[in-house]
Design a protein around this ligand. Structure first.
Ligand SMILES: Nc1nc2c(c(=O)[nH]1)N[C@H]1C(S)=C(S)[C@@H](COP(=O)(O)O)O[C@H]1N2
Ligand SMILES: [Mo]
Length: 250
């Protein structure tokens, strides 16, 4: 190689090295800018807005995947467990008087519908036997009876409220609360249950009325429903606040 060519090659190497560093520095800067702007972004419910947006995007994706035609597997009544496990105790205060209970439906600001259990028992009854799964790792085939949520919504003319994105449910004392995406709340297997094994629901299983939502894990099957509400923002959710998946489908 003649000296001229050697210096030309050297110049090329130097130029390419500088270019490579420039690209590297540029990417570092871009990465820093992205992280910095996420960290400093306006907060939405304690979470930076871009992260919240990504989270909600995921939730909407899961919500739309969950179609009415995707049914949880059902079983014959003979397969149902007779000794049904009692698990959650939050909001299940011993002083509770079922005879004083009423279901409250927050239709809108200052507009609450109050319904007694006898009225709910008048509505068409649906039964389901399915595999109830708890995130702690156990499952049981169990048999429930009650009114389909979608039939209940129609009977009480709550169609306008059901246009919202979420349903919130809580115990009468507010100690346990869950949020359900509306497609899952209106899923044909979701029921407001007042019977277990064809008998009145026992107190420790959520009497007078509990949620049975077979497309979700046990955490969402709120026992002893006191209040139902509707919203476009995700309602507060006991286990989601502790870090569990908000959607909790399986
Ligand atoms: N009110 C109330 N409902 C609740 C809970 C609770 O602690 N309080 N726990 C949930 C969880 S984690 C599970 S697995 C199921 C258990 O229902 P079971 O007690 O009928 O087995 O209830 C759900 N509903
Ligand atoms: Mo659970």
């Amino acid at each position: 190689m003649n000296p001229d060519m050697q210096s030309a090659t050297k110049a090329t190497i130097v130029r390419k090295t500088i270019a490579a560093f420039a690209v590297f520095a540029g990417l570092m800067g871009l990465g820093w800018w992205v992280l910095h702007s996420i960290a400093n972004a306006r907060k939405d419910d304690e979470v930076q807005a871009p992260l919240r947006a990504a989270l909600q995007g995921n939730q909407h994706l899961f919500g739309s995947v969950m179609s009415r035609t995707r049914l949880a597997k059902t079983y014959p009544i003979s397969k149902a467990e007779k000794n049904v496990r009692v698990n959650g105790k939050l909001g299940m205060d011993a002083a509770f008087k079922p005879e004083d209970w009423k279901l409250r439906i927050a239709r809108g600001a200052g507009d609450t519908l109050v319904i007694g259990i006898e009225d709910i028992r008048q509505l068409p009854k649906t039964e389901i036997v399915f595999d109830f799964k708890c995130i702690e790792g156990w499952d049981q085939i169990t048999h429930w009876g009650g009114v389909k949520m979608e039939d209940f919504i129609k009977a009480y003319h709550l169609e306008a409220q059901a246009q919202k994105a979420y349903m919130g449910l809580q115990t009468p004392d507010g100690a346990y609360y869950v949020g359900i995406d509306m497609p899952s709340a209106l899923h044909p297997q979701t029921i407001l249950a007042y019977e277990m094994n064809a008998q009145p629901l026992p107190l420790n299983q959520g009497a007078p009325l509990r949620l049975i939502i077979p497309v979700k894990y046990g955490i969402k099957h709120l026992k002893r429903i006191g209040l139902i509400s509707f919203s476009d923002r995700p309602p507060h959710d006991y286990w989601a606040e502790k870090g569990y998946d908000y959607y909790a489908g399986h």
